[in-house]
Design a protein around this ligand. Sequence first.
Ligand code: SAH
Ligand code: SF4
Length: 352
Amino acid sequence: MKELSRTEIIHLLSLSKRSDIEGLFKRAYEIKKEFVGTKVYFRGLIEFSNICSKNCYYCGLRAGNKDLKRYEISEKEVLEAVDIAWKSKYGSIVLQSGEISTPDFADKVERLLDKIKKATNNEIGITLSCGEQPRDVYQRWFDAGAHRYLLRIETSNQDLYYKIHPNDKDHIFGDRLECLRSLKEIGYQVGSGIMVGLPFQSIESIADDLIFLRDLDVDMIGLGPYVEHSNTPLYEHRHYLIPKKDRFDLALKCIAILRIMMKDINLASATALQAIDEEGREKALMAGANIIMPNLTPQKYRGDYLLYEDKPCTNENAIQCKGCLEKRVQKYGESIGYGEWGDSKHYKKRKK
Ligand code: SAH
Ligand code: SF4
């Protein structure tokens, strides 16, 4: 089948009639059904530390935000959260944190991976999302049992990249690309993605992002709407933002278009969707997504892992999350892939 052209992608991103947009979602859903099925895979999300040495202008965890209580969850607490995931038959977990590039942090994560593998009989799949790290650290974590890594490019447009990050040695666009390359070479299933609806971001630039992700040939994509945080530098440009509802629609369109472009990848329904629409994550399933990340972070830390404001479920615990999500997913007629890793079919094909 012919690949979507840039012009076609721009056209799809610009659809404004509700019936046309629904038509796009339907087309994506049919492709999802054919290529990856209608099973949703859960990845229990453990936000194990909000300490971050970077200063991304959009994110509430940035080092410059002094109004945040910093935490690092103890090994014991992480293992308890892992146990909930394992017993709930989630199949996989995601360990996410701010970015810290110290030898001590690398050791800690390595030890943690080893313990998680042992505690779950090697049964639980592990995705990491701990930012940019030296290649040897990625390799050590891979050897210790992590097999997927999420690192969003955020935007593939370098001008925009430097409008939303400081232009200094800690935030180099080329370094991020290099990290994505290393992760792939090491053998991870690699996930990337973007934020949609950033100030200064054009439809054309989003179309280029989608083409960039296709060319990068990633196995997984996680993308969501940009949601402002009042304690970050990007907040001062909020008057450039399109309404939240439009950012939400745009993110859903991106998901649908990516499903059409990259049929057999795993596509996550981002939590940020739910910050805008109560049923946002389930609606994304109808537009082509097939992965949901229920939050397993112990409740007492959730209020301090605020990448953006209005983050949902900060006052729920893991068990409440599970029950609530199950009902929501089933309401939309999808089933849940309990006890399976639900690896990216694209990765398996790529490795053949
Ligand atoms: N520190 C790691 C992982 C945690 S941040 C990293 O940066 O990769 C995970 C993702 O949260 C980021 O990639 C970014 O896309 C998203 N994020 C951060 N701030 C956000 C905001 N204000 N709105 C929406 N998404 C945001
Ligand atoms: Fe840190 Fe990630 Fe937030 Fe950037 S996006 S400030 S690296 S937690």
